[in-house]
Design a protein around this ligand. Structure first.
Ligand code: IMP
Length: 178
């Protein structure tokens, strides 16, 4: 257990299990894209550690791009999405793989997928480290998922609490939040 900003967090996913799961997910993604050239879009900031590990599993041709959105304040989603860094890549007629750290309500990705679709890609797939399946109420599919988790706030392995603690090696869950 660790204490952060007077809140208790318990270890939920060990770094060994993260590593194992990323290997499995990498194989699944390699199968899908083996003969393709893919525009890989990493959603900053939270996905940077996951993406660094995941893309090193890739055995297909790809380019890497970054985008950034903002919707969270503390441990709650504000519901308003702002584009902080927009996509400069041309994805027309291309296969696209979006890498996220966590899909919660799905609002952020919905906002981004709409914008991406306007650019006419051949296909859009999503890979996420964590998926809060009970919070997710959207129509689109999250095809590549490492872990489905409970609807509780988590930090570590890239995920922050007010921009801090992204460097934690394991993933921690806020204790006693119901
Ligand atoms: P959504 O729009 O509700 O799906 O939230 C997506 C974004 O909110 C993620 O990319 C994260 O940046 C952030 N987020 C959602 N849940 C958590 C969490 O439990 N810990 C840290 N960040 C989170």
């Amino acid at each position: 257990m660790i204490k952060v900003n007077d809140m208790n967090f318990v270890r939920m996913i060990d770094k060994k299990d993260i590593k194992k799961e990323i290997k499995r997910l990498g194989k699944e993604i390699n199968k899908e894209f083996k003969n393709d050239s893919v525009e890989v879009i990493i959603v900053l900031k939270g996905a940077f550690i996951f993406a660094a590990d995941l893309i090193r599993q890739f055995r297909f041709d790809h380019n890497v791009h970054f985008v950034q959105f903002s919707s969270y304040a503390g441990t709650q989603s504000t519901g308003n999405i702002f584009e902080k860094l927009s996509l400069s890549a041309d994805v027309k007629g291309k296969r696209v793989l979006v890498i996220e750290d966590i899909v919660d309500t799905g609002n952020t990705l919905e906002f981004f997928i709409k914008k991406l679709n306007e650019k006419g890609p051949k296909s859009i797939d999503i890979a996420t480290l964590l998926f809060k399946k009970e919070a997710f109420k959207k129509e689109y599919t999250i095809r590549f998922r490492a872990f489905d988790i409970e609807n509780k706030f988590v930090i570590g392995y890239g995920l922050d609490l007010n921009e801090k603690h992204r460097n934690l090696k394991h993933i921690y869950q806020l204790k006693g939040e119901d």
